[in-house]
Structure formats: structure tokens, C-alpha cells
Design a protein around this ligand. Structure first.
Ligand SMILES: [Zn+2]
Length: 490
């Protein structure tokens, strides 16, 4: 039984989808005006594991992750420049050129991290008509008002009728006291109100016609509109980073509830944030490291490159609701750990089966299932897999015995939990490998070692030593064991 922590009830709940055998899931995607960074990787990987696990359980999953390409203003507020329009102005590009450029790069980074593409990736700019219709209905319901060509959501009224701020635990009195006056706020009846539609200033280059003005939708609106369009008025899971709880998700809840008369989300899930060397990540702090910079090691804070699988493994070593702190030490630790796990997995291929068995693989599988069912407790799943590695090493050195069926069951444990559910690529030679298919290179090394074995058998020590020494110089560790030769990239 899968249980997930519902941020709304603040409790772990048994997951039961609205429709038997089908799950609808929405996750807030990126605003594509810059390169993907760790803050993008964590929600993508967290909800990728959930997507993978739900599919593993046999559900048909419709996973919607939006692309914000309009309406997301600086400081996540109702005033200031649109983030994409600003980038377009600075780089002298069309806003949609900015979107296309960074979206392609985002997809490339997600592929490298082995994050599966969602079922639908709707763009905010492709759903302007739906958003206008959505606003009309909120206006009809009496929860919004028009002010000088813009439309604002009436937060005090919604709060009186339905209650505002439950997800984030804020109350509106506190909100009114802490919301500072901003430029142009005089259009609002109350500082806590938020924009559903904004009239475009003359210099604003992204605008569409509407009944109220030539303008653009507010940032929060796209998620309410597109989740309903693709998943229905009520759907199962809505995910995102914890920083989106307020104001973004509170605004989504207010919009959907005003629009439909009831909330739309059954389970809210939020991943925690990432810090770098104990500090919040930020462009002004100089610790803003993009995913590509991690993959190539090209940032002054990085001592080396870290493969996408190391990054993925590192993120999964923490529970998604806990914080993660990135440092070179921690990443090197993750790289070593993943190497050790992959060594164990590959060693499975050379294990000699016994007639009798001293191992209990079913118990390992039961523990791994229990962990993933427990609100996606990936660190415990990884701990169970390390117990399996220990077992493999014991079977390998003869201190434990396993039948052929046990060895198959061990392989299946890794294929299912490490490969299929945690999404670690199993066809690579190690954590330091790139995402390219390295099989031909591995085969070439094996071929050289076959030639060396033949030379040895023929007592041609010169050739045998030459091959081993040359491989060593190139960067391979070659080890003679009683079961043959083992090698790896140093
Ligand atoms: Zn959203």
C-alpha cells in the first residue's frame, strides 16, 4: 500500500486514486528563461520516481508538467518585468526564441538525468483562450474584479467564504500586515489580491487581446487552467517545490475553488529545497551552478565534473522532504557509493550458483517495497540495495551461497528498484561514465584482456605485461582474481 505525505493534511495518507487504475498528476514545471540548475533537478527527479513507481504498480498515469513561457514576473510578484521578456530584451531575441533555446537545453539536461518525459507538457502561451475563459467564470462567481484593464482575484472575499492560506499555514491577517505596498498596487482593492490578467504596459512585448485589455495572464492562472483541461476538475496529485506553496499554490487553490466550487487536488506533495555548502542557491551569491556546469565541472566551486547519474543518486540518497546540501565532499561520496553499487550489480554476472542457499532475497525485496511505499523513502531503498551488494560480495568470495534462482532474484531486485524505479542507468560502466553507450569500449577492453590471457597461457610474459601496463597507464585498474580478470576505469 503506497502512502504519501499530503502537504494539505500534513499527514501520511494511503494513496487511493480517484479512478481505479488511472492516476492524474500535475507538477509545476520550469520558467524557461535560463539554464536548468539543481533547483530544477530535484522536483524533476522526485516526481519522476513517483511517476515510475505508479507505472510500476500498474497504473495508467497521465503526468502533466507545464512550461511557463509567459506571465512569470520578476520577484514572483504582480509587478516588474516578465522574466522571459527581460531575457529577450537583454539578448535581443524574440521571447519565443528564448523559450525554445532554454526548453531544448532543459530537455537535454532532463534526458541526461534519465528523467522520463511527462505525458503532456503544455505551454502557458498556448492556452491563452482557456485562461481568459477561466477568468470569466471566476468573475461570474464573484471572486474577481476588473480594475483599469487588469483583473484581480478578491482574496478577502475568498477567505471569508472558503478560507485562504490553509496549505502554507498562513492566515490572511498576517498576510495583510506583512505585504508591503508595491508600485501600481493602487489598482488592487487589497494588497493580498493577485492578478489573473494584467493590462500590458506599452513597452511590454508579450500581450494578447482579451475582454479587459491587451495584456497577459497572471502567473498562477496557467496551472489551474491547464491542470483542469488535461486532468479534470478533480485530480489525484499536484507536486512542486516547497517554495511554491506560497503564493503560487495558494493562488492555484483559490482560483480552482472559485472556478469549480470545490478544490481540485486530492494529494499535495512538495519536495524540499537544495542548499550549496549550507547556503541558499542564488545568482547574487555566486553559488548558482547549472546542471551543465555540474556535468562538465566548469564552475569555480566544483573540484571535478559529476556525472548526471551521480547527481541523480545523490538527490535520491536523501528523502524528498528533507533538505539536501551539495558540496564537493558529499558529491564525491555519492560517486563512490554509486560506483560500489554498480560494481556489485555487475559482479552478479560472474557469480557461481550453488545447490544450496544461505541468502534470503525475498526479505530484501520486501524491505525495499516497504520503503518505497513509505512516502517514497528512497534512502532506505538504497540502504537495502547496499545490503544486497554486501551479499553479492559474500557469495563472490565464498562466505555465502546462492542458488541460480537466488542470483536471478538479486538481478531482478536491482533491475526493478535501482533501474526501473530509482531511474539509475544500469548499462554504464560506473558513476563517472557519461550517458553515451560505452559497451563497444568495454568489449574492446575485454578483447585485449582475452589476448593477454592467451599470451599468459603461452607463457608470453612480455605481451601479457605489456597489455596490463599499457591499460594501467591509460587509466584502467586490472586485477587478477581466482575467478578470472576484473577491471574498471580508475
Ligand atoms: Zn504551478
Amino acid at each position: 500500500m503506497l502512502t504519501i505525505y499530503n502537504s494539505m493534511s500534513r499527514e501520511k495518507e494511503t494513496f487511493k486514486p480517484l479512478h481505479e487504475s488511472m492516476v492524474g498528476m500535475y507538477v509545476c514545471g520550469p520558467t524557461v528563461y535560463g539554464d536548468g540548475h539543481l533547483g530544477h533537478a530535484r522536483p524533476a527527479i522526485t516526481f519522476d520516481v513517483l511517476f515510475r513507481y505508479l507505472r510500476h504498480l500498474g497504473y495508467k498515469v497521465r503526468y502533466v508538467r507545464n512550461i511557463t513561457d509567459v506571465g512569470h514576473l520578476e520577484h514572483d510578484a504582480d509587478d516588474g518585468e516578465d522574466k522571459i521578456a527581460k531575457k529577450a530584451r537583454l539578448e535581443q531575441l524574440e521571447p519565443m526564441e528564448v523559450v525554445q533555446h532554454y526548453l531544448l537545453r532543459y530537455h537535454r539536461a532532463m534526458d541526461a538525468l534519465n528523467v522520463l518525459p511527462p505525458s503532456i507538457e503544455p505551454h502557458a502561451s498556448g492556452h491563452i483562450i482557456e485562461q481568459i475563459e477561466y477568468i470569466k467564470k471566476i468573475l461570474d462567481a464573484g471572486y474577481a474584479y476588473v480594475s483599469d484593464g487588469s483583473v484581480y482575484f478578491d482574496v478577502p472575499k475568498f477567505n471569508r467564504d472558503k478560507g485562504y492560506g490553509r496549505l502554507s499555514g498562513r492566515n490572511i491577517e498576517e498576510l495583510l500586515a506583512t505585504t508591503r505596498d508595491l508600485d501600481g498596487q493602487s489598482e488592487k482593492h487589497n494588497p493580498a489580491d493577485f492578478a489573473l490578467w494584467k493590462k500590458a504596459a506599452p513597452e511590454h512585448i508579450m500581450h494578447w487581446p482579451s475582454p479587459w485589455s491587451e495584456g497577459f495572464p497572471g502567473w498562477h492562472l496557467e496551472c489551474s487552467t491547464m491542470s483542469e483541461k488535461y486532468l479534470g476538475e478533480t485530480f489525484d496529485i499536484h507536486g512542486g517545490g516547497m517554495d511554491l506553496k506560497f503564493p503560487h499554490h495558494e493562488c492555484e487553490i483559490a482560483q480552482s475553488t472559485a472556478h469549480n466550487g470545490h478544490p481540485s487536488v486530492r494529494y499535495w506533495m512538495h519536495n524540499n529545497m537544495i542548499t550549496i555548502n549550507g547556503k541558499k542557491m542564488g545568482k547574487s551569491l555566486g553559488n548558482f551552478i547549472t546542471l551543465d556546469e555540474f556535468f562538465t565541472g566548469s564552475h569555480p566551486l566544483l573540484e571535478q565534473a559529476y556525472s548526471p547519474m551521480t547527481i541523480r543518486f545523490f538527490i535520491l540518497q536523501a528523502h524528498y522532504r528533507g533538505t539536501v546540501d551539495f558540496s564537493n565532499e558529499a558529491l564525491k561520496g555519492a560517486e563512490k557509493a554509486l560506483d560500489r553499487m554498480m560494481d556489485g550489480y555487475r559482479r552478479l554476472a560472474s557469480l557461481k550458483p550453488s545447490e544450496t542457499s544461505t541468502v534470503d532475497v525475498a526479505e530484501l525485496r520486501r524491505r525495499a517495497t516497504e520503503a518505497i511505499d513509505d512516502d517514497l523513502n528512497t534512502p532506505v531503498v538504497i540502504a537495502v540495495l547496499f545490503d544486497a551488494v554486501k551479499l553479492i560480495n559474500q557469495i563472490n568470495d565464498g562466505t555465502a551461497k546462492a542458488t541460480a534462482a537466488d542470483i536471478d532474484a538479486l538481478r531482478d531486485l536491482f533491475d526493478t528498484f535501482l533501474g526501473e524505479i530509482l531511474g539509475i542507468r544500469l548499462d554504464e560502466s560506473g558513476a563517472s561514465a557519461t550517458t553515451d553507450d560505452l559497451k563497444p569500449y568495454r568489449d574492446a577492453v575485454d578483447l585485449l584482456l582475452d589476448i593477454r590471457a592467451k599470451a599468459k597461457a603461452a607463457k608470453d610474459w612480455a605481451t601479457s605485461d605489456l597489455i596490463r601496463n599499457r591499460l594501467n597507464e591509460i587509466g584502467f585498474d586490472v586485477k587478477d582474481t581466482k575467478d578470472g580478470i576484473e577491471w574498471k576505469v580508475r
